[in-house]
Design a protein around this ligand. Structure first.
Ligand code: PEP
Ligand code: MG
Length: 766
């Protein structure tokens, strides 16, 4: 077999003007009205000539994870579209995997070296390969090779990376898809499906809107490099001034962004290594924006592969800083304005504050995808209140999509489908129709009392915490608010809500509820409920730390002002106050005494007082299980917080995915505890409700009704499904089937299966 000829053009074109000349020539090629293949062919010829290389090849990453040779100058032409490398094959595979350049004067002695005979590459010794990156994702690999053992200079490596940006634009635009065989399309623009954490149930189909969008670069190649360098310097100066101002101005610094983060940004904006890299990229012939994006893309690629959390954090900060710099350069501000928001918008964000989410037009907002954000993050709290299907913890979500891409958010399974194929889209559209039909059935149940088949009345209330929750009372036909989480107002605010703001919220809650009762829970902050503007104290075990009523009793000023706001808001009306995380009866006594003090104060000042006040406690700490009689003598009511009770009963962090699902609340120990609480309440003639997530799951509500609960407080979206189930239940039959198992669980302590079998036998839909 005849070895391919070295490229003769090289000598003819001479030494070749460096990267700027190359980029200028590439721009001409990009503008030519030729086919995608012809364009690629011309590009590899140009690069090879410019770099005095005998070979230049482009490999494109396909959906199946392999790398296909799309164009070559120097290797055998027949190999184009025939040579397909496995993801871990050879040096090209290594470049793609590591998203890092490889520069070798003797490639064949590298342990990863392998060659494909059909390409004829065995005669080339030196090898330089760079990843084709976009937003940190590898789209392909660009290589040059020479026969002689030569070392490519750092400048050449840099130039090749710059050139790869042009190819990244071409691949991301979808232009190459026409060259692909079905099932082997470029990965960049293809359907993708990733799984994260479900933060809010529901399904949404729509189109991507990037929150704080990456600035889309329309011009990669600079006309005038010195001018681009000047623009870059000016933008860096502006960026620094902005950051200085934000750090100096406490008010502004508190406005959503944490001071420490800003301090870190400011420090990074002086990072010489980072700035030097951007300048260098621009010097090779890129526009200022493209220079920033090139370095940002490298940073992202490293971030995605870094396992050290400290390093990841730092890279994240640099990535954010690059976004800011890009916005300064392009003069483009944050999210699209309300008018620009498309219908069926699905917001994709790195992270987001709760206020930012509320800024979007609810009517057009369908779903939310976050790179960060756990279930207790503020933005997910607001998303749940708004009922927006949300999935979090999708790594590099913002880098995987382009604005306008079709996308499906499946909040029930935590899956996100990007650019879904038609069959997936059709099946989801069907599910959406089905859900809508079911919602209509639930609506039909709205005004029907929740009475079981054997005539037991079960009161269904909703959990709430923000003004945006209030319409849910009417929509669900709930009997009231069984848990109003007052800390949410504090968690979504940028600064401490004044007493007057608390008062006004509580008043509007009571107004919205009308005659229906509302149970206000006093502040439950600390632990996982972080309020950014309160100085957070480092604690080894925050869930077991200084939180909720502990904090309230130690800082009575805070609790008293809150209680005062509640008492005043409820002037002339019925008020129910509940204290969270009580662990000893004395704590309840102290908190109750504090309410008395406030009452006396208001009475003395002639304020109208509530017509009736009931004071209760949450039962979340197992120690209370052994003080039940004493507690029930004191309280007007109890509400079981099954989330925390479960966490403390099994010593399993409710927010830690590894352990949160390890233990089953539908297990004998938990159900015995729950039954004991409600039985004891009955003995003392004190109402006992349950307001944790357990009540919001149909199977949980079923178990609770069987062990004796007659008041449940649920997520608003759960009222329909739970009511539909309970009205079909014969509680007596449930007691007969399930209660004996609590005393003698067979095999596993979990009795979930038996509850499921009972439901199936009774024709109950879980
Ligand atoms: C609970 O712990 O079950 C509860 C309702 O309170 P929160 O989820 O707000 O801690
Ligand atoms: Mg709790």
């Amino acid at each position: 077999m005849k070895a391919p000829e070295p490229n003769k053009d090289i000598e003819m074109r001479g030494a070749l003007g460096g990267p700027r000349v190359l980029l200028r020539r590439l721009r001409e090629v990009m503008a030519e009205p030729v086919s995608a293949q012809e364009r690629l062919d011309k590009i590899v010829v140009l690069i090879a000539a410019n770099m005095v290389a005998e070979v230049c090849s482009v490999y494109v990453l396909r959906v199946d994870g392999t790398l296909e040779l799309y164009a070559t100058e120097g290797l055998k032409r027949e190999a184009v579209h025939q040579t397909v490398l496995k993801a871990d094959e050879g040096l090209v595979g290594l470049v793609a995997r590591e998203a890092n350049p490889i520069n070798l004067s003797d490639a064949q002695s590298h342990p990863a070296f392998s060659y494909r005979p059909e390409t004829g590459e065995e005669i080339y010794h030196s090898f330089l390969g760079v990843p084709i990156l976009r937003a940190g994702n590898t789209l392909g690999v660009l290589t040059v090779q020479n026969r002689a053992r030569r070392t490519y200079t750092e400048e050449e490596e840099e130039a090749l990376q710059t050139t790869a940006m042009v190819l990244a634009e071409m691949i991301a635009s979808g232009e190459l898809s026409s060259l692909a065989k079905p099932g082997a399309e470029p990965a960049a623009r293809h359907a993708m499906h990733v799984t994260g954490t479900s933060l809010c149930d529901g399904i949404a189909l729509g189109h991507v809107v990037l929150h704080e969008p990456r600035v889309v670069i329309t011009n990669v190649i600079a006309d005038d490099v010195p001018r681009e360098l000047k623009r870059l310097d000016a933008a860096i100066a502006t960026l620094r001034e902005d950051l200085d101002r934000m750090v100096e101005h406490r008010d502004l610094a508190d406005d959503g962004e944490h001071r420490d983060v800003l301090e870190a940004y400011r420090m990074f904006s002086y990072d010489q290594g980072w700035l030097h890299k951007i300048r260098e990229a621009v010097s090779t012939g890129l526009t200022a924006e493209a220079g920033v994006e090139r370095v940002q893309s490298d940073t992202r690629a490293r971030m995605l592969r870094a396992s050290d959390p400290y390093l990841r954090e730092r890279l994240h900060d640099l990535d954010d800083l690059a976004n800011r710099l890009m916005r300064v350069l392009s003069g483009k501000d944050h999210a699209p304005s309300k008018e620009q928001l498309p219908d069926n918008a699905i917001i994709v964000a790195r992270s987001m504050g709760p206020a930012a989410l509320l800024d979007y037009d609810r009517k057009k907002l369908r779903g939310l995808v976050l790179e960060e954000g756990g279930p207790t993050s503020h933005v997910s709290i607001v998303a749940r209140a708004l009922g927006i299907p949300t999935v979090g913890e999708i790594e590099n979500a913002t880098g995987l999509v382009e604005p306008g891409d079709a996308i499906i958010v499946d909040g029930s399974s935590g899956q996100v489908h990007m650019r879904p194929p038609p069959d997936i889209e059709a099946s989801y559209a069907e599910r959406v129709r089905l859900r809508a039909r079911r919602q209509a059935q639930y609506r039909a149940l709205r005004d029907r009392p929740c009475r079981t088949k054997d005539g037991q009345d079960i009161t269904l209330m909703i959990n709430a915490g923000l003004a945006i929750d209030l319409p849910h009372i009417e929509e669900t036909g709930a009997a009231g608010i069984g848990l109003f989480r007052t800390e949410l107002q504090f968690m979504v605010a940028n600064a401490f809500p004044r007493t007057s703001e608390q008062l006004s919220l509580y008043r509007s809650v009571l107004d919205a509820a009308g005659k229906r009762p509302v149970t206000f829970r006093t502040l439950d902050i600390g632990g996982d409920k972080v309020v950014p503007y309160l100085r957070n104290i480092e604690e080894e075990n925050p869930a077991l730390g200084w939180r909720a009523i502990r904090l309230g009793l130690d800082r009575p000023g805070l609790l008293r002002s809150q209680v005062r706001a509640m008492l005043r808001a409820a002037g002339g009306r019925h008020l129910r106050i509940m204290f969270p995380m009580v662990a000893m009866v004395e704590e309840f006594d102290k908190a109750k005494a504090l309410v008395e003090v406030e009452l006396t104060h208001l009475r003395r000042h002639g304020h109208p007082l509530p017509e009736r006040i009931e004071i209760g406690a949450m039962l979340e700490v197992p120690a209370l299980l052994f003080q039940l009689d004493e507690l029930l003598e004191r309280v007007d009511f109890l509400s079981v917080g099954s989330n925390d009770l479960m966490q403390f009963l099994y010593a399993a962090d409710r927010g830690n995915k590894r352990v949160a699902e390890r233990f089953d609340p539908l297990s004998a120990p938990m159900l015995r505890a729950l039954k004991d609480i409600v039985d004891r309440g009955r003995k003392h003639n004190k109402p006992v409700a349950l307001c944790g997530e357990l009540a919001s799951q149909p199977i949980g509500a079923l178990a609770l009704a069987i062990v004796g609960y007659r008041t449940l407080s649920l997520a608003p979206s759960a009222v329909g499904p739970v009511k539909a189930l309970l009205v079909e239940l014969d509680v007596k039959k449930g007691e007969e089937a399930i209660l004996p198992l609590l005393d003698r669980p067979a095999g596993s302590i979990s009795i979930r299966h038996q509850i499921e079998s009972f439901a199936a036998a009774e024709g109950l839909q879980l």
